[in-house]
Write a protein that binds this ligand. Structure first.
Ligand SMILES: [Zn+2]
Length: 174
């Protein structure tokens, strides 16, 4: 299925959507087509550009609290498929709550990290400092571009200019 890259008014990548949804945004005047594909969209009476990259007319603020849901796949990708404690990349990876849930730790991006199974076992229901473990980096919510990469394993060439330089920042967090 064809996907469309959605940019904020600031040209910052926001997400990926379907051609149909993108077209509706453009049709309603909420977005403009930045890149289009050759074959136009046809209705009974009209033809429209087939959107490939669109840009929202009005800037939307993405509140931190509305950041994307945590999934293992997104978490591991954020952390570069590497244990946040020891840096191990092989073996089984797990999701670890830095402050354990049993001690009031929340399931938020700032409190979850990728952990190898041995580190997770060793830490158990304790805080990292209680077992002389430390995080290699402070966990943060991933940038939207991470989800664009996860949703679109093969990024179209014409999206590249809009995503360039953002990949590093999003995966170098931890
Ligand atoms: Zn580890």
């Amino acid at each position: 299925m064809q996907q469309v890259l959605v940019l904020n008014a600031s040209y910052e990548p926001l997400n990926v959507t379907t051609v149909r949804r993108a077209h509706v945004l453009v049709f309603k005047g909420k977005a403009e087509v930045i890149e289009e594909l050759e074959e136009p969209l046809r209705s009974a009476t009209d033809t429209y550009p087939r959107p490939h990259v669109i840009r929202l007319v009005q800037y939307v603020r993405v509140p931190r609290t509305l950041q994307r849901k945590i999934s293992r796949r997104a978490l591991f990708a954020r952390d570069g498929w590497r244990c946040a404690y020891c840096g191990e990349t092989g073996g089984r990876l797990t999701l670890d709550h830095v402050v354990p849930r049993s001690r009031g730790g929340e399931s938020v991006w700032e409190n979850v990290v990728t952990s190898c199974a041995p580190c997770n076992m060793r830490k158990g229901n304790r805080l990292p400092e209680e077992v002389s473990m430390s995080l290699r980096a402070k966990p943060r919510p991933p940038a939207p571009v991470l989800f664009i990469h996860l949703a679109t394993p093969r990024i179209p060439n014409r999206w590249q200019p809009y995503l360039r330089g953002l990949t590093e920042a999003s995966t170098a967090t931890a």
